[in-house]
Ligand binder design. Sequence first.
Ligand code: DX5
Ligand code: ZN
Length: 220
Amino acid sequence: MEYILAPSILAADFKELGRQMKSTEDNGAGYLHFDVMDGMFVPSISFGMPVLASIQGVTDQVMDVHLMVQEPIRYIEAFKQAGADLVTIHLEACKDVRASIQKIRECGLKAGLSICPETPAEAVEPYLGEVDMILVMSVHPGFGGQKFIPESLDKIRCIRRMSKERGLALDIQVDGGIYLSNVREVLDAGANVIVAGSAVFGGDPGANTSDFMEILREYE
Ligand code: DX5
Ligand code: ZN
């Protein structure tokens, strides 16, 4: 299983976005986490397809698009066109989860399914065989810089156990409130894809990425 850092550009300095992306790539971050917020599913609004299209080719990182939007099925094709490699949708935001996952597949993208802190881990059980990644939100989606919700650890353990019981090589991504100080307990619980916004872009993104990658490499 690969251990991956996915810096969230929600916390980046958009005046320096290209340069900051490059420094995270140069220091080992394999994914770039792109937080799309619609002001409906979550209270805030972030950015969308034009920004994603504008950063195509800046790095070779996997464009890991986190759709915090109502009825994401409406936008999957557009994000594919804008350069997404992986699209994660929220179970709570879909009228038809299966159809939404299917749409991601039809677009030839990797598929992720995310659950909010208040959604039990068991809710993703019916979909484990249909996605590449489960995203466990360790904060209430909508903002960077929040505090990690410790109850997330049991959810990660539960999903890793369900994945193992089915012989699946599922990626488990965890997103929100992750710092160098608590990343090991998230990895110990069974996560292998770590999202970090403030912890990477607050300060020197290259040095912060390198510090995270040093810890992730202990688990390789
Ligand atoms: C929150 C987003 C997260 C957030 C992470 O809704 O999905 O990706 O940007 O930011 P930090 O790492 O600062 O909690
Ligand atoms: Zn996110």
